[in-house]
Write a protein that binds this ligand. Structure first.
Ligand SMILES: *Cc1c(COP(=O)(O)O)cnc(C)c1O
Length: 448
């Protein structure tokens, strides 16, 4: 792809630039985060319609690696990797579906769920990890000595890193906060053969450790502070718009922890706008758990005095982050997109998740946070009933079954509104008939 070019550039505007194949995560001159910049002049040589046609033609195709949702946008994402070094498991192209019943229960006709959890390791983290691990494979093929790739994780990043590294034959090291990730998330990197280091600290503590460990240039950093991840994740915006026949929705709601994903979402929309594929921007809404809400607090104060905080325990464990690495990028995106930040208490996020499940979904708690924000903003009239709304569902609910189990058995610290306990009865047909009849009557009564 010699026709296209991309590089790292300092977000502060100090002018520093580095090759994507350099081991660098923050600006060496001023210390700010980096972002990937593209030679837009080269990308503009194709018209918006030509890009749309090319993306449509590649969709679900078999030509390596363009059938992947991420790599179908290779020129926009990472032209610097040779196709033979791409490490892909055909991530992306997740379903965007009309949540008809849930939407109507809120008076919304146009509620959509982008199910990023329907992916190789069960979360959107695959979108960024395929890019990062591919660049590592490219660097190794060019003779760079990289002994391992490391990340701190609230669970899903480590699962994605471990899977993509295992597919590439590269060693992953994952630092996890002890007892703060689900069993499903913990077993994923173990199964994929990662070096799993369990630390008696929280995510923010693990993040500090990995920053130190990766000062050794032979251990490459895989957190979203490394902006290669953002490039892959931004394809979620492009996919959503493509799935709507190139019409952006009015509102997108996304849960936020380390705030890389919302930065990526915004970047995807801005790139489409610059290349003429869209004319209008959606409103972007970040939803945070009340127990880990540093962005929400800053938003309330007009972004004037952002302060990191000590995150408290939340059922939405993947966003239990008090010191988000990408906060400045996220604030910049929110300012460009009429952004709103909303929060959800533990009870709110759980009840929202349960309400969605009752309409056929199986939502993770982070999606519950986004849905709770939706419910609150519709109620307050901030989201209007005629607007089209996309909720980004970040992980598969099956990775987070414990809270649902506890909810339905009424074992959470607050009272469950709609527990659905199994009914135990004798295995005798006449008894069962009576029980079923009684239960059906109860349900009919409850619906009235
Ligand atoms: C990582 C993650 C998030 C948060 O994304 P950030 O980029 O850290 O804001 C939300 N939901 C799930 C399921 C995640 O794994």
């Amino acid at each position: 792809m010699a026709d296209y070019a991309a590089w790292f550039e300092c977000i502060s505007g100090c002018g520093e630039r580095y090759s994507l194949k350099e081991v660098v995560y923050v600006c060496r001159k001023c210390g700010a985060l980096l972002q990937v910049a593209h030679d837009m002049g080269k990308l503009k040589k194709k018209s918006a319609d030509e890009w749309k046609r090319l993306f449509a033609q590649r969709k679900h195709g078999t030509e390596w690696p363009y059938g992947s949702g991420v790599w179908s946008k290779k020129e926009w994402v990472c032209p610097e990797v040779e196709p033979e070094n791409v490490v892909s498991m055909y991530e992306g192209e997740s379903n965007l579906f009309w949540a008809e019943r849930l939407g109507k229960s809120l008076g919304l006709n146009n509620l959509w769920i982008k199910l990023c959890g329907n992916s190789h390791t069960g979360s959107f983290k695959d979108l960024g990890m395929t890019v990062l691990v591919s660049v590592v494979k490219q660097m190794i093929s060019e003779g760079k000595n990289i002994r391992a790739v490391a990340c701190a994780s609230t669970g899903d990043t480590s699962a994605a890193l471990a899977a993509y590294c295992a597919a590439a034959g590269i060693t992953p090291i994952v630092f996890l906060p002890k007892n703060k990730v689900s069993v499903e998330q913990l077993i994923q990197p173990i199964a994929n053969g990662a070096l799993v280091v369990s630390l008696k600290t929280d995510f923010d503590g693990c993040m500090e450790v990995v920053r130190e460990i990766t000062k050794d240039n032979e251990i490459y950093l895989a957190n979203s502070m490394n902006s290669l991840r953002i490039e892959g994740q931004k394809t979620v915006a492009i996919e959503i718009v493509q799935q709507f026949d190139w019409q952006p929705p009015d509102v997108v709601i996304i849960p936020g922890g380390n705030l890389g994903n919302v930065s990526a979402l915004g970047k995807g929309f801005l790139m489409m706008e610059e290349l003429g594929l869209i004319k209008k921007r959606p409103i972007i809404i970040v939803a945070q758990a009340q127990n880990a809400n540093p962005l929400y607090r800053a938003y309330k104060a007009g972004y004037e005095n952002y302060r990191p905080m000590k995150a408290k325990k939340t059922i939405a464990s993947a966003i239990q982050i008090g010191n988000p690495v990408s906060v400045q990028k996220a604030i910049a995106v929110l300012k460009e997109f009429n952004g709103i930040v909303e929060e959800a208490s533990e009870a709110e996020l759980v009840e929202a998740s349960v309400a969605a499940d009752k309409t056929g979904m199986y939502t993770c708690p982070h999606t519950g946070v986004a849905l709770a924000a939706l419910f609150k903003l519709v109620k307050r009239g901030v989201i209007k009933k005629d607007q089209s709304v996309v909720v980004v569902s970040t992980a598969h609910g099956l990775k987070f079954s414990e809270f649902k189990y506890k909810y339905h058995l009424n074992k959470l610290p607050f009272k469950s509104r709609y527990p659905n306990m199994p009914v135990e009865t004798e295995a005798k047909l006449d008894v069962i008939r009576k029980v079923v009849d009684r239960q059906l009557k109860k349900r009919t009564a409850a619906q009235r």
